[in-house]
Design a protein around this ligand. Structure first.
Ligand SMILES: Cc1ncc(COP(=O)(O)O)c(C=O)c1O
Length: 423
């Protein structure tokens, strides 16, 4: 009964929006920002995988995915896990961060990032960000270094290379600190002709469904250092694989996401698919994780069928990143015309624009879904809604992060019309 009520509410909301679009003579389905890199070829691949379980144990597919990603990324070693947060846990292990050690990280991030440190007993020291690119502010980082600091985690949020990149790397070197690059949003972004993630000691990338490329859930740990690679390998060897049920759910989610958001007839097919398969939706962050509790099944590595989806996504990754860059120019023009500050592109960098962040009036952010629907008929994002998104609460002493929480919205850089050309 509860399920039927929930489904009816879901359909009612979608179809009301479609009806409003019809009245306003606009495309029926509002463009979503998630899962826009899924196409028919992914659907075909997943249907085959669901029919044929014989390849599910084939570890060669996972190794191929890891080496193709490493090669594409210009890195020596890559290890595939079920999420970037797990890749981060592997990096924490590889760097031998111990209970009581301190890590400096932005006070404007996703809650799963500090969770990975907390679960290893590492103390998190939050630092304010700058508002040009939403990265760590070097002046603030310097103030936070103590005798216990062992590492700095920097990020390139929304796919934009962080403003103080070189200064942070330099500071870390001077203080003998390790650098973890959180590239969960910035796969494919470049600095001085190299992909980000290759400048620190270790880096993490995400292929979760809202990211640059999509395996529904997934992440990679990357390094160019042989000793660190050996340590990540140790963590990897101990990690378990998801069971067949979870793999099947994840594959079904590829279909669900495609029919809900990308299919040309998603305005009605999405609801039918949701009605039939809504039960298998995968929520990226569990309630337990939001409360800071380590889930029992945390820490898994990537199985072959998901790596197969990853390999297919890698075939199109450059195409879609190029499109994101082109579409970002439209938002550049919108900012110029409407007197909003464009995100800063630091010299020598090429962003990959997972999203296009803009600081707007707080009233707009409070109603951003409706505002985005009315103004552009696209799903405008509200990342991040709190300092440790999506968990409510504040980190004291992070004024710029306060501003970003209050005012940063994100425009999508891909839409339903973007399609990988069939060969
Ligand atoms: C900045 C940042 N880092 C890391 C992650 C973790 O990525 P994953 O969902 O693949 O664990 C996220 C998740 O959205 C994120 O926003």
């Amino acid at each position: 009964m509860k399920k039927i009520k929930r489904e009816l509410q879901h359909i009612g909301k979608n179809q009301t929006r479609n009806f409003l679009n019809l009245l306003l003579a606009r495309p029926l389905r509002m463009s979503n920002f998630k899962s826009m890199t899924l196409d028919w070829d992914d659907v075909e691949l997943v249907n085959n995988l669901l029919l044929n379980h014989s390849s599910w144990q084939d570890t060669k597919i996972v190794s191929q995915y890891e080496s193709e990603f490493a090669q594409w990324n210009g890195s020596k070693y890559a290890f595939a896990f079920m999420a970037a947060r797990v890749a981060l846990s592997a990096c924490i292990y590889a760097l031998d961060l111990q209970p009581g050690d301190e890590v400096i990280l932005p006070g404007y991030t996703c809650v799963v990032v500090p969770n990975a440190f907390k679960w290893a007993g590492v103390n998190t020291v939050y630092c304010d960000i700058e508002l040009d690119t939403y990265g760590l502010d070097i002046k603030e980082v310097e103030k936070k270094i103590t005798s216990k600091t062992r590492a700095i985690l920097l990020h390139h949020l929304y796919g934009i290379v962080c403003r103080d990149y070189e200064a942070i790397l330099d500071l870390a070197k001077r203080h003998d600190l390790k650098v973890i690059e959180d590239c969960a949003h910035s796969t494919g972004a470049e600095y001085q002709g190299r992909k980000v993630g290759n400048f620190g000691d270790v880096a993490i990338y995400s292929s979760e469904k809202s990211k640059i490329f999509n395996t529904i859930q997934g992440g990679l740990a990357v390094t160019n250092d042989e000793c660190l690679a050996q340590r990540i390998q140790e963590y990897y060897n101990q990690a378990s694989l998801p069971d067949e049920n979870l793999i099947e759910r994840q594959l079904n989610n590829v279909l669900l996401e495609f029919y809900q958001f990308k299919h040309p007839q998603s305005w009605w097919l999405g609801d039918i698919y949701h009605l039939l398969h809504g039960d298998c939706v995968i929520y990226t962050t569990s309630n337990q994780e939001m409360q800071g509790i380590r889930p029992a099944d945390y820490g898994m590595k990537m199985p072959a069928p998901i790596a197969a989806v990853g390999l297919n996504q890698l075939k199109k990754i450059d195409y879609y990143i190029d499109l994101r860059r082109k579409n970002a120019q439209t938002w550049d023009l919108w900012c110029e015309k409407n007197n909003y500050q464009k995100p800063l592109v630091i010299e020598g960098s090429v962003p990959s624009y997972l999203l296009y962040p803009v600081l707007v009036e707080p009233e707009i952010k409070q109603n951003v879904k409706w505002w985005g629907f009315k103004k552009f008929n696209v799903s405008v994002g509200d990342w991040f809604t709190s300092h440790l998104h999506p968990v409510p609460g504040k980190i004291p002493g992070c004024k710029n992060a306060d501003t970003a929480v209050e005012r940063c919205i994100n425009f999508p850089t891909l839409n339903q019309m973007c399609k990988f050309p069939a060969s």
